[in-house]
Ligand binder design. Structure first.
Ligand code: ZN
Ligand code: ZN
Length: 255
């Protein structure tokens, strides 16, 4: 599998970090994991196109993870059908209502034929076949609907993506023995502690999860500017001895 980080940032507009999204590619499938504002433009910057997307996996409904759904549906609706192929949106429970709400707000300009758009709600622990990839959802600690995704290819390689989450046992299970874990890393622990936030991870939390789950490689993403006031790799490596990469937009890795 190839992973392309499209957005390594958050809802804060920054020139160098777009909102959350990444692409997982196999021989047969192209999966977009989250689709924050600017995702389609990031795809084009990576030399790729929205027309290649087979599946959009949504971790939760926060706008920084979903806003470019609007752009995707609108551009699909207005593109010559011979250039596009069907897209399946896989999301947590409530995804059908969420998309319907957007379609109503945009007065039908996002309505696609059922041949072009399929919406599939995953439970908190469910499994789907996406062409040559297997996707499993796991509950995570963020909003009531939030899920993370574990993706496995036919050779048995495994990638885990946390979406947004706090530290919890489920996220350790999500990451268990994967070749690559892509974990959110929002703020250093002193900020989370002083704001009493337990629905995001610090670099130390990400390190603890990676160690406990026996992860082979770790990417830290969903980085707020506060993360760059400290050495996040050092904080993470206090707990985890494996390979740690700080995500950058358009970074690519093969697993
Ligand atoms: Zn969120
Ligand atoms: Zn977020």
């Amino acid at each position: 599998m190839e992973v392309v980080i499209l957005g390594s940032g958050t809802f804060i507009p920054l020139p160098e970090r777009s909102s959350p999204s990444l692409l997982v590619r196999s021989e047969k499938a192209n999966l977009l994991l989250d689709i924050g504002p600017g995702t389609l433009r990031q795809l084009s910057k990576a030399g790729l196109s929205f027309t290649m997307i087979d599946y959009v996996l949504i971790s939760h409904f926060h706008p920084d993870h979903t806003a470019d759904i609007i752009h995707l549906l609108f551009v699909l609706k207005n593109t010559d059908p011979s250039f596009v192929h069907p897209v399946t949106i896989l999301g947590p429970s409530g995804t059908k209502d969420f998309i319907k709400g957007l379609q109503n707000a945009y007065r039908g300009h996002l309505n696609l034929s059922p041949k072009l758009l399929r919406i599939d709600e995953m439970g908190k622990k469910s499994r789907r076949n996406c062409k040559d990839l297997i996707v499993n959802s796991y509950p995570v600690k963020h909003t009531s609907e939030s899920i993370g995704f574990r993706i496995e290819d036919i050779s048995g390689k495994k990638i885990a993506y946390s979406g947004d989450t706090g530290l919890c046992e489920d996220v350790v299970q999500l990451c268990k023995d994967v070749d690559l874990a892509i974990l959110e890393c929002s703020f250093p622990e002193e900020y989370l502690k002083s704001w009493k936030i337990d629905t995001h991870l610090s670099p130390s939390d990400a390190g603890k999860i990676a160690k406990e789950a026996n992860v082979k490689n770790l990417i830290l993403t969903h980085l707020y500017p506060e993360c760059f006031r400290i050495d996040i790799i050092k904080r993470c490596k206090n707990y985890y001895r494996g390979n740690v990469i700080v995500a950058k937009d358009l970074f690519r890795i093969n697993i």
